[in-house]
Design a protein around this ligand. Structure first.
Ligand SMILES: N[C@@H](CCC(=O)N[C@@H](CS)C(=O)NCC(=O)O)C(=O)O
Length: 184
């Protein structure tokens, strides 16, 4: 079994946490974007192999690892919806970050303004959601803290307007599987 990815990717971090939580024996193959462009149809990390099975998205990888270990993956529709919301703003934030890294001036057009507005409105909704469950084994909360931590690592978002989310991220820092997978 092999997980391909980078140490800085929040998607890969979630998969690494699930590997630690489940104890599944899996080789980590450090792979950058050039490698991903050659080896995966989506040209992204993470991707994963287990014999005949190959997966190209962190969510299918997390689900595969949970099910292999007889653990559940996001059963309640509302929980699943919030998980999708976190993924949406994670995708949006990463795409804006990568666009910025190209060095090209993407300007301030209405499409980019909409992307930034989507991040804000979704964070506001997540701030209001009931996120009081235990982090361990909870893929909604794990995905959320991987996202929040990555925005702080890259200095991309000011979380001062989101005290509940800030508290959640602080709480996560006492979870060893979270701290041991920090991108730094
Ligand atoms: N939906 C994918 C998104 C993965 C993703 O966006 N990975 C980023 C790294 S954090 C990437 O490889 N981006 C390369 C690119 O967009 O060219 C997943 O959940 O695995």
């Amino acid at each position: 079994m092999k997980l391909f990815g980078s140490y800085t990717s929040p998607y890969v971090r979630h998969c690494r946490i699930v590997l630690l939580e489940t104890g599944v024996d899996c080789e980590f193959v450090e792979t950058d974007m050039k490698g991903a462009a050659k080896l995966s149809a989506t040209q992204r990390v993470p991707f994963f192999e287990d014999g005949e099975i190959s997966l190209t998205d962190s969510s299918s990888i997390v689900r595969y690892l949970r099910e292999k270990s007889n653990q559940g993956f996001l059963i309640a529709p509302k929980e699943y919806d919030l998980y999708c919301m976190v993924n949406t703003i994670l995708d949006t934030t990463i795409n804006l970050f990568l666009l910025d890294k190209t060095g090209q001036d993407a300007g301030n057009n209405s499409y980019l303004r909409k992307q930034r507005s989507r991040i804000k409105s979704s964070l506001t909704q997540l701030e209001q959601a009931d996120l009081s469950a235990n982090l361990i084994g909870n893929d909604l909360l794990l995905r959320l803290v991987c996202f929040l931590a990555w925005t702080q690592f890259r200095d991309l978002l000011d979380l001062r307007d989101y005290p509940k989310l800030t508290r959640l991220l602080k709480q996560a820092s006492s979870y060893d599987n979270f701290t041991s997978t920090h991108p730094a």
